[in-house]
Ligand binder design. Sequence first.
Ligand SMILES: Cc1cc2nc3c(=O)[nH]c(=O)nc-3n(C[C@H](O)[C@H](O)[C@H](O)COP(=O)(O)O)c2cc1C
Length: 208
Amino acid sequence: MEIDLALIGMEKGKQYETIITTKNSDNIQNAAPIGVICSGKDKVLCRIFKGGKTLENICNQKEFTVNITHDPELFMLSTLGNLPEEYFNQDNSIKDIDAYFKCKVVSFKEAVKQSDPIKKKGEAIVIKSEVTELIINNDIKAFNRGFGYVIESLSNYSRFDLVDEDKKQEYIKTFREANRIVRKIGYKKDIASMNAIKNKIKEKGYDV
Ligand SMILES: Cc1cc2nc3c(=O)[nH]c(=O)nc-3n(C[C@H](O)[C@H](O)[C@H](O)COP(=O)(O)O)c2cc1C
């Protein structure tokens, strides 16, 4: 299949929530949700904090698989523990997954982004990779978190006038964090929508 990440809705410069599967030298398979940034039609970047199996396996194997799914259970299982063995295919992809691509590491670099709440230097590694194979089993677009934050912020905004001062402050705090993330990972329309909500909250006399 042609390798073009646009086929699974990935745009250059945007981040998508995926499940990365890897294996160790004993062929033990591992899955973990990781944000993957598209940096070209066959290139991706990811930043992985030290201490987990995914980074260790990628450092050792120099390759990994990026699984594209909207299944909350797969995200939940691979965050709260590992996916059970029977969820993995022999080729390291997840069984019945909508789409996946295989990556080969091009470079590793120590890095910490200033906008991140986790700021200790040298805690994360940025991995540049090349896509070597793309398999699409079902029509799917990789998941970008921006839209969810817009909906959540709109939902809170629609209740703003109905809640007490404590809840208003809670909504503002939630909005600030949502806005920080949307500015970092969202599409133009998500960012524009968050700006509009921010202005409306400001019009009500609150500093956001
Ligand atoms: C949606 C989502 C996205 C995540 N993205 C990242 C990421 O980009 N980098 C990272 O280091 N951890 C990320 N995490 C956290 C890892 O998945 C988590 O630390 C996991 O426990 C690592 O497991 P491992 O030891 O199997 O690698 C993310 C978690 C979730 C739920």
